[in-house]
Ligand binder design. Structure first.
Ligand SMILES: [Zn+2]
Length: 68
């Protein structure tokens, strides 16, 4: 993900409900960290997963565990 894309994701997350209840997660997303396992998020397999990160702040691995 490029810098611009990252900024958009962070901003969108901050506007969402979860971003409001967990403001400390915004910092993690800003740094490309998963809010769940606290590892670097790495690559997402598709646009849907990327969108999901914007909502939940979860990396690909955590999304796979939750949404299987
Ligand atoms: Zn994770």
């Amino acid at each position: 993900m490029d810098q611009k894309e990252f900024k958009t994701i962070t901003e969108n997350y901050a506007k969402k409900f979860v971003g409001k209840i967990f403001p400390e997660n915004i910092k993690k997303i800003e740094n490309g960290i998963c809010v769940c396992c606290e590892n670097e998020i790495g690559e997402f397999k598709n646009a849907i997963s990327k969108k999901e990160y914007e909502i939940s702040g979860m990396c690909m691995d955590c999304q796979n565990k939750v949404f299987k």
